[in-house]
Write a protein that binds this ligand. Structure first.
Ligand SMILES: [Fe+2]
Ligand SMILES: [Fe+2]
Length: 247
């Protein structure tokens, strides 16, 4: 079962994660969804596929009022990211969806209309959640050609989408990475195949290393915390990825 766990709380500012599902069947990739709250306004990152919508919705409802979700943030266009869009819009037709301008005429095939989407330009943009300033950070070609992370400077948390993803074996259900060297073995194959460009990767590593990040939160696998954030950026900067690898 998916559950909701709070990972950051300071006054009425919080981050919660809808955790991976240990009982999920093998044929579908496991995901984390993150809920960022300021006061009674929430934004949900990579809300997930239509298949898991009921599980995500009920996990959120166990602690929060889903009517307070004002916007979705889609890091990119994949089905595990945003194919639940039409179901979310059935629940709340006024929901906004932030995503790369590159995908803004493709994603409406999943639902929504010209009122739904807020296109993010290539250089990123500020996203206001009540009084909280979030930043869409460019992460193009990692892996999608129009791809963004979401940064919360106040909480020092970076939602990194597919960057940092690990496909963990059955029984490894930790929320936070405990043993980096062990964990990263399950991230290697994913990053070398899915991440498209070494140049884009180095660009991102430089950008990320300038941010203060206490938690790096990927859409798949466990969360990197403290010194493991820098360890991850360093590991990723040295990993050959994408084009140029021989298959
Ligand atoms: Fe993806
Ligand atoms: Fe993904």
């Amino acid at each position: 079962m998916k559950k909701i766990e709070v990972i950051y709380e300071s006054g009425n500012h919080q981050w919660a994660v809808v955790t991976r599902d240990p009982e999920k069947p093998d044929y579908i990739i496991d995901t984390n969804e993150y809920l960022i709250g300021q006061g009674d306004q929430f934004i949900l990152t990579d809300p997930g596929g239509m298949e898991i919508f009921p599980a995500v919705f009920s996990a959120i409802s166990a602690r929060y009022d889903p009517r307070n979700i004002k916007a979705l943030f889609a890091s990119h266009q994949d089905p595990d990211i945003i194919s639940s869009l039409a179901l979310w819009l059935d629940f709340e037709p006024q929901l906004k969806c932030y995503l790369s301008w590159l995908w803004s005429s493709f994603i409406p095939h999943f639902g929504g209309n010209n009122e739904t989407f807020i296109s993010i330009p290539d250089e990123g943009m500020e996203i206001m959640l009540d009084r909280l300033k979030l930043q869409a950070i460019p992460a193009h070609y990692l892996h999608s050609s129009g791809n963004f992370n979401l940064y919360d400077a106040k909480a020092a948390i970076l939602f990194s989408g597919d960057i940092g993803a690990a496909l963990l074996p059955e029984g490894e259900n930790d929320l936070i990475v405990k043993d980096f060297d062990h964990h990263i073995k399950f991230a290697k194959g994913f990053h070398s195949r899915w991440m498209g460009s070494n140049e884009a990767k180095l660009d991102w590593c430089e950008r990320a290393s300038k941010l203060k990040i206490d938690m790096l939160c990927p859409q798949h696998g466990a969360i990197y915390q403290g010194a493991d954030v820098e360890r991850f950026i360093d590991w990723f900067s040295k990993l050959p990825v994408g084009l140029g690898l021989r298959y």
